[in-house]
Design a protein around this ligand. Structure first.
Ligand SMILES: [Zn+2]
Length: 586
């Protein structure tokens, strides 16, 4: 799609920030009856040779059109109605939430020829000139490109002169935190004793970097990120007015990708419409956003639910073939897990209109709350580390393998017969992570205790600490070496220690301090483990029970008869010990 001249008229300031997308599109719908075709030709603005960028066309021109900043609008309109005017305003908030939009509306409110008002008329000379960026008494400055003190001096010297045509000279300084220290000092003088005809409107994404002396002279408003639902509503309204065909999934995808910024949402909408040839459809929107098709992520979670490593590898390979972004996939996985957690606690929170509702509710049944929390943490951590991975493929795969390895419930209570290959009972893999449910039988493990500390006591302590999923995994891999009133020593194998970061260790330490007293010193010893960690004990217990079950089956006279009479063989993987059977029933 060729880039066309951006728009009619010119508007200052944020043009550079908006995607300068202009769209010339082909008329679709040749199969439709002629009457519809005509209607389409007439009313679809994307047939125009030059279209305005949506973000600019739909930029709010007054306070009532503004979306998502009701608290700020209420305060400003009240002040304007009561003519309680301040000489300096500061708007803070992340990009695209409406800082400069509010600043311009405020400039119109102050200068509208109808009088100072909370509802500028939009038709007088001042209003229209401000809307088109031609008003001489509105000076917009981008601090990012004018950081020097000389720019500021020049600006402030000018402030002394009375406004040319308006009531007030309004200075909008965007990204004000970028000003140099000297520039701030120069500004401070004017901020302290401003001429009556001067209003400062400052905007920043980073208020921390503004000197306190400046902050204290401004009336500060913090703008919040706009909730997805409000962005969705706004997009739907705009699409309807623009007569652009759209589906709910695409709108939801764009609203999500905009991350709280309406301006980003509109820019993305422009691009998505261009990408979709004048309409919004799910497939091209996903392609444009680089959003990973949810079905891949559902398949990943399905495979995790049944601990099917081979299926995980297969789906990752399919994703690699399609050149999907693995970073986006991790983000999508995090979002999906968040929704699973939500579905587990408040099933009604997944709206009926949500296209994924059924699958989300189904999946939420397959995982425990603890598993969802753990996977969510691992997905986020994987995303943070993906830049360090040898490549995105490896980073994504390792994250999924970590989820598989850390499954708190283990495979013992999952439906069997779904592993791609039968797992011989001797391999500890068969009981990997059958950990999180320390059974009462473990209290009988006294004989395994190392000198000085009772492993079952540690197991009990862990269950009382109220740890989060990751810290619990760490605790279950630790062995209690010694414990006194002042000191707890824990041993963990070097290989397992590497699985956990400092923050997780810190969480365990804090939990122990909270439980045993703030003065307790917790020491981790890295070394060869003695096989008495709660995890090792549970694994051994399960392996022994499994072994016993196999022996029992093999010695069964009836089975021996079957084998000798029919030349059969026992499929070991089909044998379940009483332990696994118990868990199956749960
Ligand atoms: Zn006006």
């Amino acid at each position: 799609m060729a880039g066309l001249p951006a728009a009619h008229g010119s508007e200052p300031g944020q043009v550079r920030k908006e995607a300068a997308t202009a769209i010339l599109c082909e008329c679709r719908g040749l199969g439709s009856p002629p009457i519809f075709l005509v209607h389409f030709l007439v009313s679809n603005p994307y047939r125009d040779t030059v279209t305005q960028v949506l973000a600019r066309k739909w930029r709010p021109r007054n306070f009532t059109q503004l979306v998502g900043q009701e608290h700020v609008v209420r305060a400003l309109t009240n002040a304007l109605r009561q003519q309680r005017l301040h000489h300096a305003y500061l708007f803070t908030g992340t990009r695209g939430v409406g800082k400069t939009t509010i600043a311009r509306i405020l400039a119109k409110s102050l200068n509208c020829e109808q009088g100072i008002t909370d509802a500028p008329c939009g038709i007088c000379g001042a209003c229209t000139e401000i809307d088109t960026g031609r008003f001489v008494d509105l000076i917009e400055l981008d601090a990012a490109s004018n950081t020097q003190v000389d720019n500021m001096r020049e600006l402030l010297e000018n402030a002394l002169y009375a406004p040319t045509s308006g009531r007030f000279k309004v200075y909008i300084i965007d990204e004000v935190h970028m000003l140099s220290r000297n520039a701030f000092n120069a500004m401070l003088k004017t901020l302290e004793e401003p001429p009556g005809h001067v209003k400062f409107i400052l905007a920043t994404t980073d208020p921390q970097k503004i000197p306190v002396t400046v902050l204290s002279r401004c009336l500060q408003f913090s703008l919040k990120q706009i909730p997805q639902l409000q962005i969705r509503d706004r997009l739907s309204t705009i699409l309807e007015s623009e007569n652009v065909a759209a589906d709910v999934v695409s709108i939801a995808l764009i609203a999500r990708a905009a991350e709280g910024s309406l301006r980003d949402a509109l820019s993305l909408l422009d691009q998505a419409i261009a990408h979709g040839g004048g309409q919004l459809d799910e497939e091209s929107t996903r392609a444009m956003l680089g959003a990973v098709d949810q079905t891949y992520l559902f398949t990943v979670l399905d495979a995790l639910a049944i601990q099917d490593g081979a299926a995980l590898v297969a789906i990752v390979d399919v994703m690699a073939e399609r050149s999907l972004s693995f970073e986006a996939a991790l983000q999508g996985l995090g979002t999906l897990l968040h929704r699973l957690a939500l579905a587990q606690i408040v099933p009604n929170a997944i709206a009926d209109s949500d296209p994924d509702q059924v699958r989300i509710l189904q999946l939420s049944q397959k995982f425990s709350a603890e598993e969802v929390q753990l996977y969510y943490q691992i997905a986020n951590q994987g995303r943070a580390e993906i830049g360090l991975a040898p490549d995105e493929y490896a980073g994504f795969m390792m994250t999924l393998l970590r989820m598989l390895a850390f499954s708190p419930e283990g495979i013992a209570n999952k439906p069997l017969g779904v592993q791609s290959e039968p797992v011989p009972y001797v391999k500890p893999v068969a009981t990997i992570g059958a950990v999180a449910k320390p059974s009462l039988q473990q209290t009988g493990e006294q004989s395994m205790a190392s000198a000085g500390a009772d492993p079952s006591a540690w197991n009990q302590l862990v269950s009382q600490l109220g740890l989060n999923a990751m810290a619990k995994q760490l605790a279950l891999r630790c062995e209690l070496v010694s414990r006194s009133a002042e000191r707890v020593e824990l041993r963990i194998s070097a290989a397992e220690e590497r699985l956990f970061d400092q923050a997780t260790r810190e969480k365990l330490i804090q939990a122990l301090k909270q439980h045993l007293g703030a003065g307790v010193v917790v020491k981790f010893i890295s070394g060869k483990s003695e096989g008495v960690s709660p995890k090792a004990l549970t694994e051994r217990k399960a392996a022994e029970a499994q072994k016993a079950a196999v022996v029992q089956i093999q010695q069964d006279p009836f089975i021996q008869e079957l084998i000798s009479d029919f030349g059969g063989a026992v499929d070991h993987s089909s044998i379940k010990s009483h332990l696994t059977q118990q868990e199956d029933k749960q």
